[in-house]
Design a protein around this ligand. Structure first.
Ligand code: SF4
Length: 316
């Protein structure tokens, strides 16, 4: 669907056939970067539109950690702000958790140079977490709980209407599999939700964006990345394993990530087993043939065409 959120296509520059190699290469890189920028803007615009993320008059708090994803989110949202059909404000917010070695001058300098309104909230959650969590145990869950609470308070103080987080498509798929493998739930990471305290709307404008595109964009824009290992916490091993699994699948079966992500947007509760989502008890015959309906007795993958009009069972 066309929308003013999404920019019209701009013709890509042609690589001149007669240009020397270096110039042709430079032109090719420029063209690829231009395509990447268009894709990022289109995907962010589409997500904003599909999920009604930003409305007229919103004050959007863009949570910036110093990582590639949140830098990318701020960058693209600033571009969207110029062309959006509604007017909204962006306020970048960083929480300085007083991790040892955190370069607290980097973000203020960068944000000042961008000219975006920003707020740095300084709260020493690092000491609290260190005090409470025994050495060697992962600190992330307490750390994120504390961070969440602080960000909600700051959002209230700044009269924020939407809190934007920089999670992308791959984070969402990883979360889906983590919940399925370790939590026994078909549950992902929503592009828009009401916060757990019930008081805020959280949005994820990068919902359709692939992590590899954010990595390329960060390199192109030379964001002053702040490493995320300063706290010394162990990486979430399960998330890392799922990430590797998804990358391996994609390598082996190109397109699988795209297909799985599309599946998250095409849920068929009548073909799952959650009695809370579908009223199996009261299923009744309709008497009307449904050409898209399932064959009742056998799983479709058990059939292969044989003689005209017939099917043949295939051994698995
Ligand atoms: S990696 Fe460090 S800063 Fe990030 S959530 Fe975990 S403990 Fe907190």
């Amino acid at each position: 669907m066309n929308s003013p959120w999404i920019a019209p296509e701009i013709a890509d520059a042609e690589v001149a056939g007669s240009a020397p190699d270096a110039a042709a290469r430079a032109l090719k890189i420029e063209r690829e970067t231009h395509k990447l920028e268009k894709r990022l803007c289109r995907q962010v615009g589409q997500a904003i539109m599909d999920f009604g993320m930003i409305e007229e008059g919103d004050r959007v708090m863009v949570c910036v950690s110093g990582g590639k994803d949140s830098y990318g989110m701020l960058d693209i949202l600033l571009k969207m702000q110029q062309r959006a059909p509604v007017s909204f404000e962006l306020i970048a917010v960083n929480l300085d958790q007083k991790q040892p070695g955190f370069p607290d001058h980097v973000l203020p300098a960068y944000l000042k140079q961008l000219g975006v309104p920003f707020h740095i909230e300084t709260q020493d959650t690092y000491s609290i977490v260190k005090k409470v969590i025994p050495e060697g145990k992962t600190m992330c869950s307490l750390c994120s709980r504390l961070r969440r609470g602080i960000l909600y308070r700051v959002a209230d103080e700044l009269k924020i209407t939407k809190i934007a987080l920089g999670h992308h498509r791959d984070d969402m798929l990883q979360t889906f599999f983590l919940n399925m493998f370790f939590g026994g739930k078909l549950k992902g990471m929503p592009p828009k939700l009401v916060s757990d305290d019930g008081g805020h709307i959280v949005i994820r404008p990068l919902a359709y964006v692939a992590e590899k595109d954010l990595t390329r964009w960060a390199a192109h824009r030379a964001f002053p990345i702040i490493p995320c290992t300063l706290c010394g916490s162990q990486e979430n091993l399960q998330r890392k394993q799922i990430g590797n699994m998804l990358r391996d699948w994609e390598k082996q079966y190109p397109g699988r990530i795209e297909s799985m992500f599309t599946a998250l947007q095409n849920v068929v509760p009548s073909h799952l087993m959650d009695t809370k989502r579908h009223d199996f008890q009261n299923i009744r015959t309709t008497g009307v043939p449904d050409p898209d309906g399932d064959t009742a007795f056998d799983a479709p993958e058990l059939h292969a065409p044989s003689a005209p009009g017939g099917v043949q069972l295939v051994q698995r």
